[in-house]
Ligand binder design. Structure first.
Ligand code: MG
Ligand code: MG
Length: 264
């Protein structure tokens, strides 16, 4: 069941996503070699609660294991998604995808950004750039009247044209009163296929793109998902509302990108 949102509901989604954007910007300020992902988690949890929201990921149920123990997912290098924060310091040349969800006034925010830690190789920087571009290629297709397959095709063809892998086991999703609503939003597809996009549909598009093969495995903690070949993966995500003229992006990377450009 796909719930179409009213303008008022979209404003509540925007409020939740603004707190996600603010959280990721706080991370951008401090992410560097020597910082642990647990420290990032503590910072995120504090920021989310200081802004009157709840971190949706904390205690998120897992049908195969224990609930998620932290307020953000921190996925380092070959971890694709759902990395659990640890006491291990980040190293120069690492990448870390920070996925954040918030809940406030009945609605959810959800966005992810892959950060560079210190000096990252040009190959890995290219993976990050193409993954982010693939997200925006998908968003260009998120217009009322187009179809879900148009989004998936745009993401997939952009990533694969650079020789990268597209993860299929994890996909984007509708977002609203629940963090994960219908429809599923795959990062692959055929143009003109799938459900028709409608005015008021709110979705999260979240390409997970691998440097090598997209083949993956679930670790013993029943959360952490890694590439089988040990090569790095990137993950960028925006939540957005679909309108007739185009997408209204509810989350934002603007603050992060400002901080990144200042630190270069
Ligand atoms: Mg997310
Ligand atoms: Mg999501």
């Amino acid at each position: 069941m796909i719930y179409l949102k009213t303008d008022d509901e979209i404003e509540l989604l925007r409020e939740a996503n603004a707190i996600v954007a603010g959280t990721l910007a706080e991370i951008a300020k401090v992410v560097r070699p020597g910082v642990t992902t647990k420290q990032l988690d503590t910072l995120a949890d504090q920021y989310i609660r200081d802004n009157g929201a709840v971190p949706t990921f904390k205690g998120f149920p897992n049908p195969y294991g224990s609930p998620f123990p932290a307020s953000i997912c921190t996925s380092v290098n070959d971890v694709i998604v759902h990395g659990v924060p640890t006491d291990e310091p980040l190293k120069d040349g690492d990448i870390v995808s920070v996925d954040c969800g918030t809940y406030i006034d009945g609605f959810n925010g959800d966005s992810c950004y892959t950060f560079c830690v210190g000096e990252v190789s040009s190959e890995v920087q290219a993976l990050l750039r193409v993954t982010k571009e693939a997200l925006y290629k998908g968003i260009e297709q998120a217009v009322a009247g187009r179809r879900l397959g148009d989004i998936g095709y745009a993401v997939q063809s952009h990533a694969e044209s650079s020789g990268y892998g597209v993860v299929r086991e994890f996909v984007g999703h509708g977002i609203g009163r629940e963090m994960h609503e219908d429809p599923m939003v795959p990062n692959y597809g055929k143009p003109g296929n799938g459900k028709v996009l409608k005015n008021g549909m709110c979705i999260a598009i979240e390409p997970m793109i691998t440097m090598g093969s997209p083949s993956l495995y679930l670790c013993d903690d029943r959360w952490t998902v890694r590439t089988r070949d040990g090569q790095p993966a990137a993950h960028f995500e925006h939540s957005l509302a679909i309108h007739r003229g185009g997408a209204d992006i509810l989350s934002s990377f603007a603050e992060i990108e400002k901080i990144e450009s200042q630190s270069r």
